[in-house]
Design a protein around this ligand. Structure first.
Ligand SMILES: Nc1ncnc2c1ncn2CCOCCNC(=O)c1cc(-c2ccc(F)cc2)cc(O)c1O
Ligand SMILES: [Mg+2]
Length: 214
């Protein structure tokens, strides 16, 4: 079952990655998913695009929607300045448990807060619960039909500021048509598509980077 698979992914990290070395954790997961079992991490090809956006934005406050095993969480956190923080929301408690251990192996617990529960419930509580004013970067990688409602929720809760970057995974596969239509046609966003491939495959996929104009 799916839980056993993610457990094997964790063991591959603990076996092949150097404790405290985030990039070796990323490498170990990519090798495992390429050679042993596909898993829905953003992967190494789209991961490089993610790295370049993170390095360009140099965010202090990051929100990630959909932690899964923590691959992109570790990838982002490894590029953040010292005081920067990531809040990452995961709905599935089994995934959250694995992600916490992957994050601990990478030695990034101090930068990352894994929050369990549905994004729709937690986004309205961000300010009061975590003292967040606005996010500098939001990485959307959770249920594809939640990208649009959660983006509107982030707007309504005043969690986006002029210049906040939204980076969305899987806009082609599995696809997020309503979200794409919104960010590409709304006067409140400037959007750009980064063509790539579905993690560990030759299928087309890509990331959509959208700047909130306020
Ligand atoms: N806090 C929260 N609130 C609400 N919902 C939440 C949540 N936290 C998690 N969830 C639930 C969903 O989490 C996982 C979402 N990710 C994907 O489904 C995904 C699927 C594929 C894929 C699969 C099969 C194919 F054939 C082709 C592509 C590829 C990807 O890169 C994906 O990211
Ligand atoms: Mg994804």
């Amino acid at each position: 079952n799916y839980y056993r698979d993610v457990n094997r992914l964790l063991h591959a990290v603990q076996k092949n990655a150097t404790k405290g070395d985030p990039r070796s954790v990323v490498k170990a997961i990519d090798n495992f998913c390429r050679q042993k079992e596909w898993a829905m991490n953003v992967g190494d090809e789209k991961g490089c695009i993610l790295d370049s956006v993170v390095s360009e934005v140099n965010p202090v406050t990051v929100l990630e929607l959909g932690t899964y095993c923590g691959y992109s969480t570790v990838r982002i956190a490894s590029l953040l300045p010292p005081r920067a923080k990531i809040i990452t929301l995961e709905f599935n408690p089994d995934y959250a448990k694995i992600a916490r251990q992957v994050i601990a192996w990478a030695g990034l617990e101090d930068k990352i807060q894994v929050v369990e529960g549905p994004s729709g419930e937690w986004i309205p509580k961000m300010k009061e619960q975590f003292g967040v004013k606005t996010f500098d970067l939001v990485f959307l990688d959770h249920w594809k039909d939640r990208y649009l409602p959660d983006t509107k929720l982030l707007e309504d809760c005043g969690l986006l500021r002029k210049g906040t970057i939204l980076l969305a995974d899987n806009v082609i596969c599995p696809g997020t048509p309503d979200y794409l239509e919104y960010v590409r046609n709304s006067p409140r966003y400037k959007s750009q598509y980064f063509k790539s491939h579905l993690e560990y495959t030759k299928a087309e996929d890509g990331l959509e980077k959208s700047v909130f104009l306020g």
